[in-house]
Design a protein around this ligand. Structure first.
Ligand code: PBG
Length: 325
């Protein structure tokens, strides 16, 4: 026998002991479920690169939310799929009070006031240029974009949004949106800022879902360079001082260090977005029988939690909730 005063394996000897020593847990309460909304009635179409994730017309979206609420999911992040004829350079449909998106939010909050609705603020779903900001002379202009983002945020708040999620990465947008909300008596509407949003190849399936890929160039003049982490601290400093309620890191899996960095340095709660490409990879490998998709899913969500996220936006939310029932 060796003289080993510490034998860490003792704390792994049974499931019960492993539970007692477990440092992090993922529960359905931690998850935010992104949902795609489309025009029409009784429509549900699967997104090719995201098995089991659908675009729903408003009526079916209500049914989907109802079934998710029953599973214990509380919070939903909505993205609209807008038909090309409604897209223009100024993303006008994004602040059309009678548009698809605000109408759906109103209906959801009317039927399910307990559902927490997070909205997306960025021009890309409505922009004929497919960019998150206003394009002038092939450049994405910052300050004029802020005016449009504020109009979008107000339209969403008026419709009943609980959390506004600016995903555009323009400078100064959190402060501009906070001011616009406060001036219009929406002091209770929260902002979950996409604080450290990287220019990532992992967004591919999402852009398929909304047909929102940029028509020229890429998003590198506003989304962050994947090589950088100090820059995330700068963005977080600004968002915190401008009034953000949550700081989000996106994507999640390749940026666990950034989640930890922000969690170690800021008192605000940290959210992470387990994005479309991360979902698609797991689904594709699992369909081939190369990995155990459910175990990989749970391990990924746990790793995001362990890194320091208190909320996780994930396309796995519903199947996770089902698996815990
Ligand atoms: C756009 C937006 C994107 C995502 C959320 N909001 C894509 C992009 O920036 O091009 C990606 C989400 C995902 O991939 O799951 N403002």
């Amino acid at each position: 026998m060796y003289n080993l005063p510490q034998r860490p394996r003792r704390n792994r000897k049974s499931q019960a002991i492993r539970n007692l020593t477990q440092e992090n847990w993922v529960t359905t309460n931690d998850l935010i479920f992104p949902l795609f909304l489309t025009e029409g009635k009784n429509k549900k179409s699967e997104i090719a690169s995201m098995p089991n994730i659908y675009r729903y017309s408003g009526d079916l979206l209500l049914k989907e939310i109802e079934s998710c609420l029953k599973l214990g999911l509380t919070t939903f992040c909505l993205f609209p799929s807008i038909s090309n004829v409604l897209k223009d350079k100024k993303a006008s449909e994004g602040f059309n009070k009678k548009g698809l998106y605000p109408s759906a939010i109103k209906e959801i909050k009317k039927q399910f006031p307990e559902a927490v609705i997070m909205t997306d603020v960025a021009m890309d779903p409505y922009s004929s240029d497919g960019h998150d900001g206003l394009v002038k002379n092939n450049k994405i202009v910052n300050d004029e974009t802020l005016d449009i983002l504020c109009k979008m945020a107000l339209t969403q708040a008026e419709a009943g949004a609980d959390i506004i999620g600016p995903s555009d990465m323009m400078d100064g947008r959190v402060g501009a949106i906070r001011d616009a909300l406060d001036e219009n008596n929406f002091t209770d509407v929260s902002i979950m800022s996409y604080t450290a949003k990287y220019a990532s190849a992992f967004y591919g399936p999402f852009r398929d879902a909304l047909d929102s890929a940029p028509k020229f160039g890429d998003k590198k003049t506003y989304q962050m360079n994947p090589a950088n982490s100090k820059e995330a601290l700068l963005e977080a400093d600004l968002d915190a001082s401008e009034g953000a309620d949550f700081l989000m890191v996106k994507p999640a899996l390749s940026y666990l260090d950034v989640i930890k960095l922000l969690n170690d340095n800021f008192t605000l709660p940290i959210a992470a977005y387990n994005v479309s490409g991360e979902y698609a990879m797991v689904k594709a490998a699992s369909a081939k029988g190369w990995i155990d998709g459910e175990r990989v899913r749970d391990e990924i969500l746990l790793s995001i939690k362990r890194a320091g996220a208190s909320a996780i936006l994930t396309y796995f939310a519903k199947e996770f909730a089902v698996s815990k029932k």
